[in-house]
Design a protein. Structure first.
Length: 355
């Protein structure tokens, strides 16, 4: 853990020395055919030619305001660091019900007025993509305020229309997503996705709080029919996050090399963590507390993982199901069933999320 933190401190410090500093002074956003608004988050991201360290004016981003309603995704390039420390920054989606209609299949959303793009998969709030290198997104809150949606606004439609809060894709490398709060995300809160042979590497997701969301984190690689001897190319660390009464995917991993350390999964509904495909996994020192009658760790039938380390995980509560495949790793498993007061949940809530 210390080595990881030191690595990212050195990495970010080196990147910040070369980056210009900007302070966001308004909550405005603008569409593709609109005049750029100086002082906005989008303006500084689009003008970060040699990198940028972007912070927020705390007198604008207060507990009673400070919501940026995005009209389209923010695409973040190399050496861009977005830090909401000391301010109350909320990133949301500009959802207007008259701008949505459903096709006969009920699964497609028509994009209108620049609110959503024509690409069904292109409304993450923040995209870290291409060859973006040395990027951090920290101390922000991501939330969708749906108001009073019409009857046709089902969870399926929500997933198709709004997509993820943060998507890391293609060749993105050295990415830190830390100390954020995720509420009402849409589809996944954070997705790290491999496309063809393009795979994100060295992605760290740490000290975030995922509160009552449906799907927290998806990490999805792809072998594309290549030889089974090849190792997963997508590499992610999931460290010290608090999954607070979420439904599932804390995280969900497929065909990836993932280290999952020190997380707290509290009162999950459908499943705690889930795995499929061929993975290399390190799962140590996580707490699974008082979840539903479903699995804390779900190894799906087609899972062919290499469990490099699986120890120190704590399962709390009589209803908690430990992994169905745990017997396969009995010589490597250290499991404990402890009283429900093993952790101070309120203290954990205060430690995770924005600072």
């Amino acid at each position: 853990m210390k080595k990881i933190c030191i690595f990212f401190v050195l990495l970010l410090n080196t990147s910040l020395l070369m980056a210009a500093s900007f302070v966001v002074t308004n909550v405005a956003d603008y569409g593709r055919n609109e005049i750029p608004i100086q002082g906005s988050l989008r303006y500084f991201i689009e003008n970060a030619k040699n990198g940028a360290y972007i912070t927020f004016n705390p007198s604008v981003f207060t507990s009673s305001g400070g919501v940026i309603f995005l009209k389209r995704p923010l695409v973040v390039g190399s050496d861009v660091h977005i830090d909401g420390i000391g301010a109350n920054v909320v990133i949301s989606s500009q959802v207007s019900w008259q701008d949505f209609e459903l096709s006969s299949s009920g699964a497609e959303c028509l994009r209108k007025a620049g609110v959503l793009s024509q690409d069904k998969n292109d409304f993450s709030k923040i995209y870290i993509r291409g060859k973006a290198n040395n990027v951090s997104v920290v101390n922000l809150t991501f939330s969708n305020d749906f108001g009073h949606p019409p009857a046709w606004w089902t969870e399926r439609v929500q997933d198709d229309c709004l997509k993820d809060s943060i998507t890391v894709i293609e060749y993105a490398d050295n990415v830190l997503i830390g100390h954020n709060r995720f509420l009402n995300c849409g589809d996944e809160c954070v997705s790290v996705i491999q496309t063809d042979l393009d795979a994100p590497k060295n992605v760290v997701i740490e000290n975030n709080i995922f509160s009552k969301v449906n799907k927290s984190i998806l990490i999805k690689g792809s072998f594309n029919g290549l030889e089974s001897s090849l190792e997963p190319t997508i590499k992610v660390k999931v460290l010290n996050n608090f999954f607070d009464e979420t439904q599932q995917r804390n995280p969900r991993v497929q065909d990836a090399f993932v280290e999952i350390l020190g997380n707290v999964v509290y009162k999950w509904k459908t499943s705690g963590m889930a795995f499929s495909g061929r993975n290399k996994l390190i799962i140590n020192n996580n707490h699974f507390i008082k979840g539903s009658d479903s699995d804390a760790l779900l190894f799906l039938n087609n899972t062919k993982e290499e469990l490099q380390s699986y120890r120190g995980n704590v399962f709390v509560g009589d209803g908690v199901k430990r992994p169905a495949a745990e017997s396969d790793y009995s010589n490597r498993v250290e499991k404990r069933l402890l009283p429900e007061d093993v952790l101070d949940i309120e203290a954990v809530r205060k430690m995770a999320g924005p600072r």
